[in-house]
Design a protein around this ligand. Structure first.
Ligand code: C5P
Length: 402
């Protein structure tokens, strides 16, 4: 049942919009409270009156309508929901969402939200397969948006292929799965490290690495989506904090370790950060001058190993500690050795050779290695790796809790 769940349904301008009426009926039958925004193009396919009759609420249409804004502003509209569903998600709506445009009520509400978003794409097969739409889809997935469909089939335009919006029953099942899933880690605390660390040489120079933080941020977001109270301790990145996550920004490995320790106790720790192995012993207080006394010598000392430190805590060790192994050869063999050496429970191993494009890219092929098993997943978007890993963590912790 969806009793009391508040769903904001965005109806885009596609022939599949007629199916959204059936979706509203089914959601309401299950006890959900549906509020709808219909885009200008959407009103060409369904009338606001039929949407309002089924949802039992007024229909929101225009960003610049004074009465709409007085009733409920666009920010409030998107915040007042537990889940946003975009059905049909047209190519245009997807493009707006992927690029963060906000030029009407629907796109503005979608940009203003801090709630999970589920989209049901629907469009002509060529539009769906176009590189631009696929690029937008990859971006939306990386942003944590969930998609359902499109399905293969005959299309209203006479063509055949992927592009048909998922059926209302499938979208309903996805909505229900979202709400049942989102309880799995409720009451638990997840700690995630992500990004690189910067180790100062002097006030303006530092040692860094190429980690983007994408995978760790996606994992923190996925754990929060499953209801975990999540702390993300991040080195410097260009990424925005995922929705619903406590975000602690640090620079150095020492700061990262201190932030992790003060975030304890945690039920699970996922160390996805690319922590610098070394730091400069006694970084200079002033900028080192060129040419003064020849070339400066950098005296490097070892940084603390956060993963190993958390794994070996005598008291307050997280019940599950997950590390990462970025390897360029003998990936599984090296990762197994790393798991044993660090004392963590699982290692997520990936091949980061330059030809894989994993570092900074959007996809990842990983192996999840425990003391007794090696699970190899297909090449997936980093967002999808994160969701699968979060689900595996939830299943493990639930098993341990039972
Ligand atoms: O030893 P290596 O850097 O290959 O190990 C990678 C794993 O160890 C990752 O999970 C990384 O987050 C963690 N690590 C750490 N602190 C360090 C070095 C690595 O937590 N100083």
């Amino acid at each position: 049942m969806l009793t009391g769940k508040r769903i904001l349904l965005v109806i885009g301008g596609g022939i599949a919009a007629y199916k959204s009426l059936e979706l509203i009926r089914r959601l309401a039958q299950r006890g959900a409270k549906v509020r709808a925004i219909v885009t200008k193009a959407g009103t060409e396919f369904v009338t606001p009156l039929s949407v309002a009759s089924l949802s039992g609420d007024k229909v929101y249409q225009d960003l610049f309508s004074l009465t709409d804004e007085a009733d409920m502003g666009h920010i409030q509209l998107s915040r007042d929901a537990d889940l946003l569903v975009v059905a049909p998600a047209t190519a245009d709506l997807m493009a707006k969402m992927a690029s963060g445009r906000a030029d009407d009520l629907a796109s503005t509400a979608l940009l203003a939200t801090d709630k999970p978003v589920l989209i049901a794409p629907a469009m002509n097969v060529r539009m769906w397969l176009h590189a631009a739409t696929q690029r937008n889809l990859a971006q939306l997935k990386a942003d944590g948006v969930t998609t359902i469909g499109p399905n293969d089939g005959d299309m209203a335009c006479g063509e055949f292929g992927p592009g048909r919006m998922a059926e209302p029953a499938e979208i309903l099942a996805s909505v229900e799965a979202h709400f049942s899933r989102s309880q799995e880690l409720k009451g638990l605390h997840a700690l995630v490290t992500a990004g690189p660390t910067h180790e100062p040489i002097d006030p303006v120079r530092y040692i860094a690495n190429r980690s983007s933080g994408k995978q760790g941020y996606a994992i923190a977001g996925a754990l929060a989506d499953l209801g975990a109270t999540t702390t993300l301790v991040s080195g410097p990145t260009n990424l925005a904090a995922p929705r619903g996550v406590k975000f602690v920004k640090v620079e150095t490995a020492h700061q990262m370790l201190a932030a992790c320790e003060s975030a304890l106790p945690a039920d699970v720790a996922v160390c996805a950060a690319a922590v610098a192995d070394w730091r400069v012993d006694h970084a200079a207080n002033q900028k080192i001058k060129k040419g003064a006394g020849g070339l400066p010598a950098l005296n490097l000392v070892e940084n603390p190993d956060i993963l190993a430190t958390l794994s070996s805590r005598a008291s307050g060790r997280p019940r599950l500690v997950v590390g990462f192994a970025a390897e360029t050869e003998k990936v599984i063999e090296h990762a197994k050795a790393k798991r044993a050496k660090k004392g963590c429970d699982w290692i997520v191993a990936n091949d980061v050779s330059p030809e894989t494009g994993v570092m900074g890219g959007d996809d990842n092929t990983v192996h999840i290695i425990s003391a007794s098993t090696t699970d190899t997943w297909p090449k997936l978007a980093k967002g999808e790796v994160a969701h699968r890993l979060a689900a595996k963590i939830a299943a493990h912790l639930k098993g341990a809790r039972a």
